[in-house]
Design a protein around this ligand. Structure first.
Ligand code: ADP
Length: 677
């Protein structure tokens, strides 16, 4: 069953609690995501730094290896110089040659076993290094290196030392001493002076020095020689390694400079940062979305609460059915009306539990027609009879409309029900009381008529009596009086007929006739009341005049009732004039076309009864139509209230106005028959 969603309202305290809970969850998530992002960025930075650092360490190790290799190769080169016991001039030439191809050497010396210099050669690339200091000043360093060399019978280095130059600058140099051993005896030394600066320039791979500083330092960090570019950036990465040489230990240090302050040091960090920003944006969007959803949720809850309150307060029963005729929704008023609970009704197909069994077939047919969609239900609704759970029947007014969903597709029918049993009861009551009122009014009129009748019948009866007496006398006079006797008898017959007419007119009026509406010519209505009106008019000395417009259509009315209205109004008019002792005692009854309204083509006739009586004072006017209100001693006070009811039942209007200079006009309207008169 696809039931209409029954409104299940979220309980408000829970909503509020969960909202607070949701907020703290959100805050926690934001904090966690923030912490995560900061950690990520920091880790990425650290990772990047460690990458740089380890690369630097590798570069340093490479540089140290290169330097060591270079030095070893140089030792071999120098050994080659002395391989063949050199002749003095050749040695100098060869040494000069070597110095030309090795910029790191400042000077090469050949010394004897007592370290006395036999031959030497200076680098051709600069002024002789010891020109200013004097070579003798460095003899301690040379001696240290050579002592070491002799002890280990292998090349050895001295500690580095600073040699000031003629141009005011200086170079950090280091001695290499290679002992020459012949038959186990040291016969001399080859001493080569290295410039640390040139070692860095020549032996460290060029790319390393391009973007970073390469230097030799002492153990305490004092810089001895430096090679490399100027500083770039403020962040420094440093790696250092020992260059362990026989007799000397140098520290090779590489300083790498990074751009500063570097927020996005590399692609990884940039990526992480970008992802973080994206994540935060998504979070913000999610937050906004959640806020919108919350607002929509609370709006919906409010709308549902409103709908529920509305449904509960409705006295109209509501029921929805799907296209198969199953009940999908009922409101409390409907349940109350039929006495079944919503659970008992929902999902129920035909026959519905509130259908009286004797009418189920008829309702089934009606529903089949409705579901087939052949006939749209009447907009003003239709009446039906339902059965309560206790078996009692009651009339309902049903108004049906198709149920259209959000996609414009009909999903069933929605019906509204009004319990009209109370209305029917009141209508029945008022009809009965009206009937009683009419009967009473009639009786009152009849009472009045009885006295009138006696007055009116007196005349013909007296005439008949006198004619009868005369006839008897004529009979006695003999046959010659036959002609007079005949006249007398005819007069008797005439008077008897007149008396009969009087009686018949009263009889006609009092007799109850069917209340069917019929088309009656206005003239016929007036003619019908005229005998009775004339009776009273004569008694009260009133002249009654009628005036009808030409070509009037027929009136569609309950003839007897309208005659009663005309009679009442005319009688009131006559009585008013008689009681006030008016001199001009004339009643004018007029019938004419009333103005048609622009909204309807219906034609109305207006009847008016005008008198020259005393008029109606205000205090009387206010109660004129109240039943039993009368100013007359013998009055019943029912006439006007009844008249108005009758006219209004015909859809017309009854009112009154002064008739200047004196008197009152009562007017009422009745619908003309639309068919041919
Ligand atoms: P009843 O005629 O039995 O008194 P009605 O309902 O016909 O009852 O009239 C109520 C009262 O309205 C009358 O008693 C009278 O005072 C006043 N009335 C009715 N018609 C006229 C009229 N044409 N002129 C003055 N007064 C009138």
């Amino acid at each position: 069953m696809s039931a209409l969603p029954q409104p299940r309202l979220p309980r408000l305290p829970r909503v509020r609690l969960s909202a607070r809970w949701r907020w703290s969850l959100w805050s926690l998530m934001v904090v966690l995501v923030g912490a995560l992002l900061v950690t990520l960025v920091w880790l990425a930075g650290r990772y990047e730094a460690s990458q740089v650092q380890s690369k630097l360490e590798r570069d340093t190790a490479d540089a140290v290896a290169d330097v060591r290799n270079g030095l070893t190769r140089n030792i071999q080169t120098l050994q080659a110089l002395h391989a063949a016991n050199p002749a003095t001039p050749a040695w100098a030439a060869e040494a000069a040659q070597l110095l030309r191809s090795h910029r790191e050497w400042m000077r090469i010396e050949w010394r004897d076993a007592r370290l006395v210099t036999l031959l030497f050669a200076d680098t051709p690339y600069r002024q002789p290094v010891f020109a200013r200091l004097g070579r003798a000043n460095a003899s301690a360093d040379v001696a240290q290196a050579c002592t070491n060399a002799r002890r280990i019978s292998a090349p050895a280095y001295s500690a580095s030392y600073f040699v000031p130059q003629i141009d005011g600058l200086g170079v950090e140099v280091m001695e290499l001493c290679m002992p020459q051993v012949v038959a186990g005896e040291v016969t001399g030394y080859l001493v080569a002076t290295y410039s640390l600066q040139e070692i860095l320039t020549d032996m460290v791979p060029k790319p390393l020095a391009r973007s970073q500083d390469v230097s030799f330092t002492e153990a305490d960090g004092t810089r001895l020689a430096l090679h490399g570019s100027a500083r770039r950036g403020s962040r420094i990465f440093t790696a250092q390694q020992l260059v362990d040489l026989p007799g000397n230990t140098l520290v090779l240090r590489i300083d790498s400079w990074r751009g500063a302050p570097d927020l996005f040091p590399n692609v990884l960090t940039a990526l992480v940062t970008a992802m973080s920003i994206a994540l935060v944006s998504v979070l913000v969007m999610l937050g906004k979305d959640t806020r919108r959803r919350l607002r929509a949720e609370s709006d919906l809850a409010e709308a549902l609460a409103f709908r529920k309150a509305m449904e509960d307060s409705l006295v109209t029963g509501l029921r929805a059915r799907d296209l198969q005729g199953r009940i999908t929704y009922v409101n409390p008023a409907f349940c109350q009306m039929v006495g079944f609970s919503a659970e008992e009704l929902l999902g129920h197909g035909v026959p519905a539990p509130y259908w009286p069994p004797e009418l189920a077939d008829e309702y089934n047919q009606r529903q089949a027609i409705r579901l087939a969609g052949q006939h749209a239900p009447p907009r003003e609704g239709f009446e039906s009879v339902f059965m309560r759970k206790d078996g009692s029947r009651f009339p309902v007014l049903i108004i049906e409309a198709p149920l259209i969903n959000a996609h414009g597709v009909q999903t069933g029918w929605m019906s509204a029900f009004l319990d009209v049993s109370e209305q029917r009861r009141v209508e029945e009551l008022s009809r009965a009381s009206q009937d009683r009122l009419q009967a009473t009014a009639r009786l009152a009129t009849v009472g009045e008529m009885a006295s009138l009748l006696s007055h009116e019948l007196n005349q013909p009866l007296a005439a008949i009596a006198s004619y009868a007496n005369g006839s008897m006398n004529l009979l006695r006079e003999g046959p010659h009086a036959m002609a007079d006797l005949e006249v007398a008898m005819r007069r008797i017959a005439e008077q008897a007929e007149r008396a009969g007419k009087v009686i018949r007119s009263v009889h006609d009026f009092v007799r109850r006739r069917d209340q069917a509406r019929e088309a009656v010519a206005p003239r016929a209505l007036l003619d019908a009341i005229m005998p009775l009106v004339s009776l009273q008019a004569r008694k009260l000395y009133v002249r009654v005049e009628t005036r009808l417009q030409d070509g009037l259509p027929a009136v569609l009315c309950d003839r007897t009732m309208v005659e009663q209205v005309l009679l009442n109004l005319t009688r009131n008019a006559m009585q008013a004039m008689a009681s006030a002792g008016t001199a001009d005692r004339a009643v004018l009854i007029q019938v004419r076309r009333a103005g048609t309204s622009e909204h309807s083509a219906k034609v109305w006739l207006e009847f008016s009864v005008a008198d020259h009586g005393p008029g109606i004072p205000d205090e009387v006017a206010q109660q004129l139509f109240t039943p039993f209100f009368t100013t007359k001693a013998e009055g019943m006070g029912l006439g006007l209230s009844l008249c108005r009811t009758v006219v209004e039942q015909h859809g017309g209007f009854l009112g009154f106005e002064p008739n200047p200079p004196r008197g009152t006009i009562f007017r009422f309207t009745l619908p003309a028959d639309s068919g041919p008169a």
